[in-house]
Design a protein around this ligand. Structure first.
Ligand SMILES: Nc1ncnc2c1ncn2[C@@H]1O[C@H](COP(=O)(O)OP(=O)(O)OP(=O)(O)O)[C@@H](O)[C@H]1O
Ligand SMILES: [Mg+2]
Length: 417
């Protein structure tokens, strides 16, 4: 059967043929009453990619992100075991991937698919187990960080002050004197010992002690190699951080996870290179990693920075080298850092109405767009899960119906009736 392959260049198509492809949907052809779906649309995962999924509220973005995750789980073992997926769940809805999508059973049958749950592992912050237990939300494991894993920049972003403000200077002085595996209490004590303005000391000490309530710290911290296992899919539930500080804590978590993955993959890459020189058939010990981030404009915003910004930009600029792929999901591409869009090689654009958001996508397509992208978006049938796939590798664009999910989608908007 003919198929459209997004994200793969001509050379790789010849070499890999139908290997390492995700079945994400079908091509939509015709307009008006003539509209129908035809050729399967597939997506390459043998090479690293930066994918950005955009669309207005309720258009199917998170759903599409999870179709990609499902498809990675369904790859043949020899390929799947060279990959792992880390998803950052800001709304606490991805855990439902464990359960079959019985709700859309009829639709699935039309696609020759069956409802099916997938083996994912849900990690929650170590200090939030009680909240999850009380809400009867299942989880598998907890994650945490050692306070010593945060540098001064991480702390300043997370606590909300500048490094060159008095608060930042004080904290920096205290951190410089810390040694070994220290605790938050240890930092607070060190702050207390500094020769500094007493009011500022009290303020920073207090803020630090409050950070213990985030529930993300422990003496041991979680070993990153626990997540980076062949074929594994993990979900980090970071939904339960409320209030204004919520996004800074989430950004801190994402930044720290990303840093660990990046370092692990850089190390692995070196080992792999040595291994390839010695033995061409050696398998990867640390799989290539796909990181899926929902509501990404909060972590890598167009204006300002967060604790996740620097490392995310480093990863997307160099990601192909260490083998890290990223899927950014956002309702507001206009609010996403421009480097994310310009480094993206696959855009999946669901319905978008704001001209500003549409314009922000043009960064990667100017060279080959014959028509205004608005024309294609207007032509999309007003159905859930329709999108335009813009493939910068082949410089082509496809109207697509994303396939229904086999596992239960947890992001449904509540109905008042
Ligand atoms: N490909 C699809 N096939 C069938 N139904 C779909 C598809 N994509 C989305 N839907 C339906 O649309 C609903 C909304 O999708 P989703 O939760 O992904 O929206 P969203 O764009 O992430 O919205 P938000 O911006 O609010 O997070 C889903 O609950 C599902 O019922
Ligand atoms: Mg969503």
């Amino acid at each position: 059967m003919p198929e459209i392959i997004a994200g793969r260049d001509w050379k790789d198509m010849q070499e890999f043929k139908s290997k390492g492809l995700l079945d994400i949907g079908k091509n939509i052809v015709g307009t008006g009453t003539e509209t129908h779906t035809t050729t399967p649309i597939k997506m390459d995962v043998l090479r690293p990619h930066i994918v950005t999924i955009v669309g207005k509220r309720g258009s199917g973005k998170s759903y599409t992100g999870m179709v990609i995750a499902e498809e990675i789980c369904k790859l043949p073992e020899n390929i799947r075991n060279n990959l792992c997926v880390v998803t950052i769940d800001t709304q606490g809805v991805f855990w439902t991937m464990k359960y079959p999508n019985n709700k859309q059973r009829d639709l699935l049958y039309q696609w020759d698919l069956k409802p099916q749950g997938f083996g994912v592992e849900e990690y929650i912050p170590v200090g939030q187990t009680e909240n999850f237990d009380n809400a009867d939300i299942p989880y598998d494991k907890t994650f945490s960080f050692k306070p010593s894993e945060l540098n001064i920049t991480d702390w300043c972003y997370a606590l909300g002050f500048e490094q060159n403000e008095l608060e930042g200077i004080l904290l920096s002085r205290a951190l410089e004197k810390m040694e070994g595996n220290y605790s938050i209490d240890g930092i607070a004590k060190k702050i207390n010992e500094q020769d500094f303005d007493e009011k500022i000391k009290l303020k920073v000490e207090n803020m630090l002690l409050n950070a213990k309530k985030w529930g993300i710290f422990s003496e041991k911290g979680t070993d990153i190699y626990e997540f980076l296992k062949p074929g594994k899919l993990v979900i980090f539930d970071v939904s339960l951080f409320s209030g204004g500080a919520g996004w800074s804590v989430r950004s801190l978590i994402i930044g720290l996870i990303m840093k660990k993955i990046y370092e692990a993959r850089i190390l692995a890459r070196k080992e792999e290179e040595i291994a390839t020189i010695e033995d061409l058939n050696k398998k990867r010990k640390i799989p290539l990693c796909w990181i899926v981030t929902d509501e990404a404009h909060n972590f890598v915003p167009a204006k300002g920075s967060t604790a996740a910004t620097d490392i995310t930009l480093t990863v997307i600029r160099q990601g192909r080298q260490p083998g890290i792929s990223q899927v950014f999901i956002t309702q507001m591409p206009d609010k996403l850092h421009s480097d994310v869009i310009s480094q993206t090689d696959l855009i999946i654009a669901h319905r978008l109405t704001s001209q500003r958001d549409i314009n922000s996508l043009k960064a990667i397509m100017q060279t080959y767009m014959l028509y205004d992208i608005s024309k294609y978006l207007d032509e999309l049938p007003k159905l859930k899960g329709t999108a335009i796939v813009l493939d910068d590798n082949s410089e082509r664009l496809y109207k697509t119906q994303i396939r229904p999910r086999q596992s239960w989608h947890g992001g449904e908007s509540p109905v008042a009736l």
